[in-house]
Write a protein that binds this ligand. Sequence first.
Ligand SMILES: [Zn+2]
Length: 257
Amino acid sequence: MKIVVLPCSFDNYGYLIICEETGEAAVVDPGEYYPISSEIERTGVTLKSIFCTHHHADHIGGLEDLLGEFPGLSVYGYESDKRRIPGMNHSLTDGSKIRVGNIEGQVLHTPGHTTGSICYLLEDVLFTGDTLFGAGCGRLFEGSPNQMYDALNIKIKSLPPRTKVCFGHEYTIQNLKFAGFIEPENEAVSKRLELATVERGEGKLTTPSTLKIECESNPFLRCEEKGVVGSVAEKGLGEALDPTSVFTVLRRLKDSF
Ligand SMILES: [Zn+2]
């Protein structure tokens, strides 16, 4: 399996998943037409499928033009997004199987950012859209904090730490600044911020990360850690909070950070 990152629009990431045995490919989140179609032409792969993580315009902006260029594409999304994703012809639910050539994968329903948000797991790579970011998570537009807590801390965190995380936006530096505000003593955060700053200065991308890196430096996956719980309490927002309440407060603090 080969993954190509496709920077789209201002700070969006789409991804091209290629089965090297068959030459078949799928695009995750076609935010913009040109970067995707030119990469498909450059690599000479056969585009078969579009995997949508959710319906937001910045993630599906290139979809209709791609459908025009490649008629007969399979367009996947969560079942409830059928009316919100143009051309969607395959409805997915939690645990649905997907494939790209000989590569098999499955779907995790992870509501929170939107009610129909899903992540795609192929081998050891997880495509998270706007659910999990480098050192952060998506805003809660439609789902509840409890749903997002469960998506991140129960579903995603149960995957192996080596799992690569391919996220939907380059927000890593801003997210790490917030992580440092919450956990000033966490060296994993300060070191990651240093590294990300160098990488971005050199024009490199911070995607993919790994679940291990996220568990060490992403406060939204650390709601049970003393430093995070203490920081939330110290900011005058309650004490002896359970992890879901810690998550709720963290998300609210980040919204106005
Ligand atoms: Zn979104």
